[in-house]
Design a protein around this ligand. Structure first.
Ligand SMILES: Cc1cc2nc3c(=O)[nH]c(=O)nc-3n(C[C@H](O)[C@H](O)[C@H](O)COP(=O)(O)O)c2cc1C
Length: 64
């Protein structure tokens, strides 16, 4: 879904860090429905880039 949205020129990124109780209220979910992830979708800001910079793998991972 994230890639599909971006292919349309919109900005999107998955989020698991959110107020689950607020999401339940805002989206009118029932008590037995649980939001596990939000996928915000919006127009990209000018200057946005599709993938943020990454450190080289060797800087963040030690293979043992
Ligand atoms: C399943 C999943 C959940 C994520 N949840 C959060 C989140 O709650 N908050 C956050 O700042 N980034 C979250 N991220 C990271 C961002 O979605 C995003 O990957 C990151 O900002 C780097 O952006 P880029 O992948 O476009 O380079 C999550 C990523 C994944 C795959």
């Amino acid at each position: 879904m994230n890639y599909a949205v971006r292919s349309l020129g919109l900005g999107s990124t998955p989020m698991i860090g959110f107020d689950a109780d607020a999401a339940l209220r805002e989206f009118g979910l029932t008590k037995d429905e649980v939001s596990v992830m939000l996928l915000p979708v919006e127009a990209q800001r000018p200057g946005n880039w599709p993938q943020k910079p990454r450190r080289p793998v060797a800087d963040v991972l030690d293979l043992v």
